[in-house]
Ligand binder design. Structure first.
Ligand code: NDP
Length: 283
């Protein structure tokens, strides 16, 4: 039988790229499922992004992830956008479909998937801390999944207002802004509380949200998108209050699972990927 030495290619464009563990997680899944696919982690300067996308096209890549600072800038180099990426206005995953690179946002979809494993946002109210790129992706996906009401809590009022306006204008949910200049109390009818800020990210692992933890109580579900460390102070404090919690590894792993499905068509085992990143963050 003729041998095939031509692997299918995928990868990532980011700056910096060295500390991004996605390559280890994705290649662990490829290996586990016997897929002859590769994921190449590339450091790409903003000025070279267009050339990088052209290169991926020329080399027949099946797709690629885009991380900071390219998530918005990449859009002009693509051939179209998926529905939620269009609303979010940012792409972290490009997928080759019929020879065209289509931009998707798997950050938000990955978050929604990990949320759905615990609670369905349909018909519920949520409070989200943060209004940056990740908050935007999580908020839009929850709103498109039927959330009725979203309170955005953000320090910078302009950034908070942009997200509130986006939810109110582009999704069926109703959003309001709380400017985060005080110790915030979460309303008792809240079903889902999300930390989508960078508070708690390594090395600032002792940082706390300016939030009255006495207002966090069951049956609220608390999600933190910080992947490193997975058991943030906010997760531990919320667990101590008796709440069900979702850590940031869920979002990281699920965005990988969704990206691989887009590229290869294969549903990979999330546990293999989770184990890989858990081992990485432990060491
Ligand atoms: P951005 O820089 O776009 O946004 C950061 C947000 O955090 C802003 O809302 C900012 O508020 C807020 N913030 C930061 N520090 C503070 C503080 N001390 N007090 C109050 N608010 C603060 O970052 P991203 O949205 O891209 O990423 C946010 C986090 O999400 C990162 O830590 C990243 O690791 C994580 N992430 C996790 C993913 C996963 O798969 N688990 C995927 C993507 C991101 P303000 O507007 O007032 O400055």
């Amino acid at each position: 039988m003729a041998k095939n030495f031509l692997s299918q290619l995928t990868g990532s464009f980011a700056m910096p790229a060295a500390e991004n563990p996605t390559v280890a997680m994705v290649e662990a899944a490829y290996k586990h499922h016997g897929l002859d696919w590769r994921y190449i982690n590339c450091e790409v300067l903003p000025k070279d992004l267009g050339d990088a996308v052209k290169g991926a096209r020329a080399m027949g890549w099946a797709g690629f992830n885009c991380s900071l600072p390219h998530k918005v800038a990449v859009i002009e180099h693509l051939d179209g956008l998926g529905a939620s990426a269009e609303v979010i206005g940012a792409v972290n995953c490009a997928v080759r479909r019929d020879g065209k690179f289509i931009g998707e946002n798997t950050d938000g979809k990955g978050f929604l998937q990990s949320l759905l494993e615990v609670i369905d946002p349909n018909g519920k109210k949520a409070v989200i801390f943060g209004a940056g790129g990740a908050a935007r992706a999580c908020a839009v996906e929850m709103a498109l999944a039927g959330l009725t009401h979203l309170t955005v809590v953000n320090r910078n009022p302009e950034r908070g207002k942009v997200l509130v306006d986006l939810i109110n204008s582009k999704t069926p949910a109703i959003a309001e802004l709380v400017v985060w200049n005080h110790n915030v109390t979460v309303p008792t009818d809240t079903a889902i509380v999300v930390n989508a800020t960078s508070i708690g990210l390594y090395p600032d692992i002792d940082a706390r949200l300016n939030l009255d933890m006495a207002s966090i109580m069951p049956p609220m579900v608390v999600a933190d998108i910080i992947p490193n460390p997975p058991r943030t102070l906010f997760i531990r404090d919320s667990e101590a209050r008796g709440c069900r919690v979702i850590d940031g590894l869920g979002m990281l792993v699920n965005q990988g699972v969704i990206g691989i499905k887009y590229w290869t068509g294969v549903d990979v085992d999330a546990r293999v990927m989770r184990q890989t990143v858990e081992d990485i963050f432990k060491s």
